[in-house]
Design a protein around this ligand. Structure first.
Ligand SMILES: *[C@@H]1O[C@H](CO)[C@@H](O)[C@H](O)[C@H]1NC(C)=O
Ligand SMILES: *[C@@H]1O[C@H](CO)[C@@H](O)[C@H](O)[C@H]1NC(C)=O
Ligand SMILES: *[C@@H]1O[C@H](CO)[C@@H](O)[C@H](O)[C@H]1NC(C)=O
Ligand SMILES: *[C@@H]1O[C@H](CO)[C@@H](O)[C@H](O)[C@H]1NC(C)=O
Ligand SMILES: *[C@@H]1O[C@H](CO)[C@@H](O)[C@H](O)[C@H]1NC(C)=O
Length: 480
């Protein structure tokens, strides 16, 4: 009997503690899968000077206020606020596996130490505004994502709550990411290369090369600029297709020397393509800020030389906008110069698309927001800070616009999961093509060899698991 009473007491204590716990949590609850960040956590930046209006400075949603919120030390005075990423913008239903949309976006996220340009205010908003314009994106190649976007860790000695572009990408279904090029760099490369690739579809292989050439007197010499490769496997309704995506950001700056470096870098990117010995029956797509104006493409111009080194074909440019950098239109950019520098182009020696286009997108906030554009500080600086020397109201989210390349390929090469065989036109295939299904992870044979006993155990396990979850949810609903 004593045991029974003890057990009863224990259950009672458990229920009581759950009720108390629920109450304390209630205010700060955010939906499962919604990334969030505590502001006011960075001791050197805005030590507990947060308030509920701050989340909206970054296009985020205010959740709650709590001086002891987050995992770091509680506030001495002032408070912290929890901000969450806004509601998901749902992606469109997938296009067929023979089609791929690739976005290049140079997001101007330089390290605070060198530059202040509203990195956080802009880059926390970027994915939402991009997806507001287009929901049919398969792959995004980022340029100048040096820190990782939004509230990324920017200094190993500064403790902070983080919310990165990769977190926001995951929230929206872009759950596959490459590393940032040059992440594992060696001195004198102080900075990574800023390029990474995000995908709605599995990245089944990745590789990179760090360029050996850079203009010595520019910041690019200290950055591990290079090319990042991602092999993407798009699977829709049982048909699979591999895409070879190469992202880069070539040497900035003008002059003969820079022109030469850009061509050398393009040659090194092309060497990476060649070294991977890809099948010529697969597409190779390059996406990047080539720092070469497409409108200067006359023979033997730097643009022509770069495109030649890449063996690249530039698809038709469609849409309303003509320039990817545009000082007149872009309110985050100074000056009045305009050019076309950001490309989603394809390699002439590999599978050609049957249709392809490039279109400039202008992701943009619906209302002006204020950012600090000039400050000398290794830390993020906001317009209200006394370190900020010049602030500006902007709507554009980077100094470049984004470009979407929409590619359609003949569906001859598609394989189906059920048969594992090429569906049509086997005479054009070479033996190397049969690897189409091997990387998909589900080969039909592993499914049929599973014994009856194992599947029964699995069913029992799953049923038990399901009921445990269900009862937990019911209990929580009842108690909270
Ligand atoms: C917190 O305390 C510091 C120093 O004691 C003071 O300068 C600051 O204004 C206080 N902040 C708030 C929000 O009260
Ligand atoms: C390509 O392979 C050659 C020979 O192995 C090597 O020397 C070169 O560094 C590689 N280049 C790239 C860009 O991977
Ligand atoms: C882009 O170029 C076209 C054709 O020259 C022109 O009609 C259009 O006004 C330009 N658009 C912008 C935004 O400059
Ligand atoms: C990191 O922060 C420390 C102070 O906490 C500062 O001295 C250092 O310069 C910062 N480093 C960079 C690369 O910003
Ligand atoms: C930005 O806009 C706000 C609200 O209109 C205004 O108070 C502020 O002075 C503006 N800042 C700059 C730098 O123009």
């Amino acid at each position: 009997m004593a045991v029974f009473r003890k057990a009863l007491l224990l259950v009672f204590a458990f229920i009581t503690s759950m009720i108390i716990h629920c109450d304390a949590d209630q205010d700060c609850q955010i939906p499962e899968g919604t990334p969030s960040v505590w502001l006011g956590d960075e001791d050197d930046v805005t030590y507990c000077e947060a308030d509920s209006s701050q989340c909206s400075n970054f296009g985020l949603v205010f959740v709650c206020e709590d001086p002891s919120g987050g995992s770091l030390e509680p506030c001495i005075n002032g408070t912290k606020v929890l901000c969450s990423s806004p509601d998901v913008i749902p992606l469109a239903d997938p296009t067929p596996s023979s089609e791929l949309s690739v976005v290049i976006y140079n997001i101007w996220e330089l390290r605070y130490l060198y530059y202040q340009n509203g990195q956080r205010e802009r880059t926390c908003r970027i994915l939402h505004e991009l997806l507001r314009l287009r929901q049919d994106i398969d792959v995004i190649v980022f340029n100048e994502a040096f820190m990782g976007g939004c509230f990324s860790k920017f200094n190993s000695t500064v403790e902070m709550s983080t919310l990165t572009i990769r977190d926001i990408l995951v929230q929206h279904g872009f759950i596959y990411h490459s590393k940032t090029v040059g992440e594992e760099r060696e001195l004198p490369k102080f900075e990574n290369g800023g390029v990474f690739i995000a995908s709605r579809w599995p990245i089944v292989a990745e590789d990179e090369t760090i360029y050996t050439d850079a203009v010595k007197t520019t910041a690019d010499a200290l950055s591990a600029k290079g090319a990042k490769y991602a092999r993407v496997l798009k699977s829709v309704d049982g048909s699979n297709r591999h895409y070879n995506i190469f992202g880069t950001h070539l040497q900035a700056s003008k002059g003969v020397n820079a022109d030469r470096v850009r061509v050398n870098q393009a040659t090194e990117m092309h060497d990476l393509v060649v070294n991977l010995t890809l099948s010529s029956h697969e597409p190779v797509i390059y996406a990047g800020d080539l720092n070469a104006n497409y409108y200067d493409k006359e023979p033997r111009s730097n643009t022509a030389n770069i495109l030649e080194a890449l063996h690249a074909v530039v698809p038709l440019i469609i849409g309303e906008l003509n320039y990817t950098t545009d000082g007149l239109l872009n309110d985050a950019r100074d000056g009045d110069s305009a050019s076309y520098k950001d490309y989603v182009i394809y390699h002439d020696d590999y599978l050609h698309p049957i249709a392809a286009s490039q279109e400039i997108l202008r992701p943009r906030a619906s209302e002006f927001f204020e950012v600090c554009m000039e400050a000398i500080s290794p830390f993020p600086t906001y317009p209200d800070s006394n370190r900020c020397r010049r602030s500006q109201n902007i709507t554009d989210l980077a100094d470049h616009f984004a470009v979407i390349g929409v590619y359609k390929f003949d569906n001859k090469m598609i394989t189906t999961e059920s048969s594992g065989l090429e569906t049509t036109n086997p005479d054009t295939l070479e033996p190397s093509e049969s690897d189409e299904t091997t990387e998909s992870g589900v080969s039909p044979s592993t499914m049929t060899t599973e014994s009856g006993a194992t599947s029964q155990t699995r069913l029992l396990c799953m049923t038990t698991f399901f009921f445990s979850i269900l009862s937990a949810i019911v209990l929580k609903e009842y108690l909270c």
